[in-house]
Design a binder for this molecule. Structure first.
Ligand code: 5RP
Length: 235
């Protein structure tokens, strides 16, 4: 695939982020993802609230998303008052042809997975650079408990051919946990099994593999936007 310019990338993010809003109707309770593509979704929902009277409420997947959503006058829910979300719109770092995802580049994977699992459907907003044949070129984010993280890292290394790196100096997620980025390379041919193997390691809080979770990818390319639906899509 050819390299995209910064301007092309930004235009694709905006196109995907805005197009996904077509799934949102008044009365819905929605999950709001995290990242530079979903940012455009939040801005568009804010516009529809102001200009079209759209009535929705949302659960944010990160502190940054909560802040931007409030700035855009999107009413926020808490989990006490919300058992189920109609849908979630979120970004991805990679997706494959089965719509399995790598997420967590922005560090929000735990909240993103809780929200995705509580939603009646998941819409992924992505630009063309996120589509891959085999997952893993993007280092797999794994959120771990701070206690004994070095030992958790060794156990993850036993499953990963490449290096496993502690993210940033002093980087912690919104939940106060470190992230390990595992460099599998484009070799994750069985993401379902790998997600399960990694989650079985004590100390692993959540894994950035989202398998059998996404229903639709709104994919923006320079030529326009494409909807990729799973055969079993709930939306
Ligand atoms: C954050 C995520 C993001 O959705 C993912 O990193 C994609 O972000 P962007 O749209 O900025 O490329 O998983 O934890």
């Amino acid at each position: 695939m050819r390299q995209f310019t910064v301007e092309e990338m930004e235009a694709m993010k905006a196109e995907a982020g805005i197009a996904a809003c077509a799934f949102v109707e008044s009365g819905m309770q929605i999950g709001i993802g995290t990242g530079s593509t979903v940012k455009y979704t939040i801005l568009e929902l804010g516009r529809r609230i102001r200009e079209e009277g759209l009535e929705i409420a949302g659960i944010p997947t990160s502190d940054a998303t909560e802040k931007l959503s409030i700035e855009q006058s999107i009413p926020m829910l808490d989990w006490d008052s919300c058992e189920h979300l109609d849908l979630v719109i979120d970004g991805a770092d990679e997706f494959d042809q089965d719509l399995h995802l790598i997420k967590g580049g922005g560090g929000a994977l735990l909240r993103e997975k809780i929200v995705a699992e509580s939603s009646g459907g998941m819409i992924v907003v992505a630009d063309a650079s996120k589509r891959v044949d085999v997952l893993g070129a993007f280092p797999l984010p794994i959120e771990v408990n701070p206690y004994g993280w070095e030992q958790t890292k060794r156990r993850i290394e036993s499953l990963c051919a490449g290096p496993v790196e502690l993210r940033g100096t002093g980087y912690l997620t919104d939940n106060g946990n470190p992230i390990l980025d595992a460099h599998f390379g484009a070799t994750i041919s069985d993401p379902v099994q790998l997600e399960s193997d990694l989650r079985a390691i004590a100390g692993v809080v959540e894994v950035g593999l989202f398998t059998n979770t996404a229903d639709v990818v709104v994919l923006a390319a320079p030529g326009g936007c494409e909807l990729i639906r799973k055969q079993t899509a709930r939306l």
